[in-house]
Design a protein around this ligand. Sequence first.
Ligand SMILES: NC(=O)c1ccc[n+]([C@@H]2O[C@H](COP(=O)([O-])OP(=O)(O)OC[C@H]3O[C@@H](n4cnc5c(N)ncnc54)[C@H](O)[C@@H]3O)[C@@H](O)[C@H]2O)c1
Length: 433
Amino acid sequence: MIGTGYVGLTTALMLCELNHQVVCIDTDTAKLKQLKSNRIPFHEPGLEELLNRHLSRGSLSFTSDTGQGVRESDILFITVGTPSKSDGSTDLSQIKNVAETIGSNQNGYKVVVNKSTAPVGTCEKVHRWILERQPRKLPVDVVCNPEFLREGKALYDALHPDRVVIGAENGKAARFIRNLYDAISCPKMMTGLRTAELIKYSANAFLAMKISFINEIGRLCDAHGVDVTDVATGIGLDSRIGSRFLKAGIGWGGSCFPKDLASLVHMFEQADLSPRILEAVRQVNDTQVEYYLRQLEERLGDVRGKTISILGIAFKPDTDDIREAPAIKVIQALHKKGAFLKAYDPVVFIHRAPTGLPVTLCSEMSETFEDSDCIFLLTEWKNFLHFDWKSHRHRMRTPLIIDGRNALDQNALTQYGYIYYGIGRVYSKLASL
Ligand SMILES: NC(=O)c1ccc[n+]([C@@H]2O[C@H](COP(=O)([O-])OP(=O)(O)OC[C@H]3O[C@@H](n4cnc5c(N)ncnc54)[C@H](O)[C@@H]3O)[C@@H](O)[C@H]2O)c1
């Protein structure tokens, strides 16, 4: 497993659970040191227990020596990062570097499986990059096996995927990889390399589209006094639509959707096509923070000099990942407008804010209420939802709640005397009867 981040480590542990022997390789020696001493370098539920189990069984090992890992393995998974470049295209330098190292160290037949999300045509490049570094022209097959796991539920998703997609040009290599997943019961789709690559991007784009769609409907609900949660339920009950990813809120972020949509848009442009739906999906999302800030200012007036408390920094619950997290955008925008910011997250920056983030960290959720003019919820951590909101209202200067995830109990909060705003939420007199 070359690359031991969220995807690499989870995949490695899943394969160990299926009785395979796995060597994890990473260039980040600090990360490896933690892993070797049974510690997960990021927050992902369930991984630590499996790490302990497989380290002690000897089915899992770690090394920074990629050459040695390549020589000792039959199958090489690539699970390194594929960040965006400034033009939206994907930076393939980490993948290229790994492919070249594989080529230089190849000592027999290998199957190279790319799991990193990368544009259509990347696996063909990987094949070429390996061969260019490999003078003996040993046989190598490249397979595309895109990953669909969700951070926060990574282990569950790896062990219970909705489907496994295997793209290959060589049937023998494809079957070899499918056999790895024999013990997992789900549809296994065998397809071409390019198709597998495009399936991953299309899946993420579709999910982002559902979120942007309901967010746009949420704005219309605000204008007409209609409850968006009821609209979402009403449309989600249609089995052609489905209820998931129809929760209106501050918008999508994270390590995948923003960069993957940018990359897909770039692929369209490279093909001289206009990605009209994707552009709209991104535009709705890009303007959602602004929309919420307008709602906040309508209720609080000018935010200059006011104290605003951010609840939740992670881009979603059960992860410490803050890549492209909406909370970061909100903090920066409110700071620019002259607000004083406090923040609390149960796992992110527990000890100190990263340099440059203009926020005072609270060590407990209750501290965010103290002399605050607004609490802005941006990650729906479970303990936020089950907090004793009633007892803390009096500690706020202005009891305003902006619920960026439509996660809180609006009726209860209103009864406790809070001013509540959630996109497209309507106070239900019926619910309080
Ligand atoms: N995080 C997710 O939820 C998710 C879901 C599906 C797909 N993906 C895709 O999977 C890929 C990995 O994502 P991630 O979130 O696990 O990234 P990550 O940043 O958590 O991990 C990547 C790891 O690769 C290591 N690395 C970089 N260059 C290396 C090299 N030359 N040799 C060995 N190790 C090297 C880094 O040190 C890092 O530990 C990306 O393409 C991403 O788009 C991510």
